[in-house]
Design a protein around this ligand. Structure first.
Ligand code: DGL
Length: 359
């Protein structure tokens, strides 16, 4: 009997251990948040020829599953799975791709087995996508957009830690209801405020009103919360938007011709973002053209090429008299996103100005 028990016992012991381990893993998995990574390309998925190539590389090469495998620590903080939505450098984003990505994010956010969503993205237009999602995805679940300034093949690559931080934040209950977030270079920023201010350093991103917080060794430290409308507070719903209005930007400078604005309108622009000098100033030779275009129904929205501050209404330019809109503190590329979203359901300049105050 004893012999038989000895023979059978080790097998049961192994099975018991395996079941305990599986149970422990299940418990652990049950305790960890479920985070989905939607990959779109960019440098975070880039590859260079040598480890010395921190700036010379090809973006959008590494598939999402390999990205996830390259950071095994992700498994310690969340149950992670990936989807490859696009594999592009982000300068190649379009309105159609924004809508496709936004609708996928929205659908996932409604799933009870999804606690948070990470979008890996090129840094060139990351700020536009982050703001677009902030305006249109109706969820309190954390949505975190993340990129990197160096490819994973480079010495001191920043993508691994940026991705780890993004997954931690996406799985954090204290990141809920803060709007779309961006984790770059240990910072947690609002998708509304973040912009790429430097084009070749790892501290490329900043928000003129400051980060919302920091993340250090997998712990979030919060210092402020957004005050502008976002996500579930928004009147704009990605699930009800099938097309974004064509909105173009004209970058102003000494000698800028009025023909650039006429060309934008001739190409079908429903609104023109004036990336003005100074406080969104308009050259005297351009004013009559903008008045003519406004009279034809084109919205004129004054932003500024100056990276910080905000455009004042009726300061140097008589916005009330000309029925123009001011973009407030939004840079031209973000003003374009908000105008394109707003024009999907709003037509009056008064209402559009309200939207620029509130979002
Ligand atoms: N081509 C740029 C982009 O995909 C590379 C920049 C980056 O992702 O850091 O946005």
């Amino acid at each position: 009997m004893k012999e038989e028990t000895n023979h059978v016992y080790p097998l049961w012991k192994k099975l018991a251990r395996a079941n305990l381990a599986a149970a422990a893993l299940t418990v652990a998995a049950a305790e960890k948040p479920n985070v989905v990574i939607l990959a779109t390309g960019g440098t975070i998925a880039g590859a260079g020829a040598t480890t010395a190539n921190s700036a010379s590389y090809q973006a959008a090469k590494v598939p999402v599953d390999k990205l996830i495998m390259s950071v095994p620590e992700l498994a310690n903080v969340a149950n992670v799975r990936g989807e490859q939505v696009f594999q592009i450098a982000s300068e190649s984003f379009t309105n159609e791709r924004l809508l496709e990505l936004g609708k996928r994010v929205s659908a996932l956010s409604k799933q009870t087995d999804v606690d948070g969503i990470v979008i890996t993205h090129g840094t060139d237009t990351l700020e536009e996508t982050a703001y677009f999602l902030n305006l249109t995805v109706h969820t309190n679940k954390p949505i975190v957009v993340v990129g990197s300034m160096r490819p994973g093949t480079a010495m001191s690559a920043d993508g691994m830690l940026n991705l780890y931080d993004a997954v931690v934040v996406a799985g954090s209950p204290d990141a809920r209801a803060k709007g779309v977030l961006v984790t770059m270079n240990d910072q947690i920023d609002s998708g509304r405020d973040i912009t790429k201010a430097i084009n070749i350093k790892t501290n490329a991103f900043s928000s003129q009103w400051g980060s919302l917080g920091m993340i250090v060794e997998g712990k979030n430290y919060w210092f402020r919360a957004p005050v502008k409308r976002h996500t579930i507070q928004s009147e704009f719903d990605i699930d009800k938007i099938d097309q974004l209005a064509p909105v173009e930007i004209v970058y102003a400078y000494g000698n800028v011709p009025a023909s650039l604005y006429e060309g934008a309108a001739a190409n079908g622009a429903k609104a023109i973002i004036h990336a003005g000098t100074g406080n969104g100033s308009v050259a005297d030779r351009v004013v009559p053209t903008l008045q003519k275009l406004r009279a034809k129904g084109v919205q004129i929205i004054r932003s500024a090429r100056v990276p910080a501050g905000f455009v004042l209404r009726n300061a140097e330019q008589p916005d009330d008299k000309y029925d123009w809109v001011v973009a407030h503190d939004l840079n031209p590329q973000k003003a374009r996103i908000l105008a394109a979203v707003a024009l999907s359901q709003i037509t009056s300049s008064t209402e559009i100005q309200r939207v620029f105050w509130e979002y």
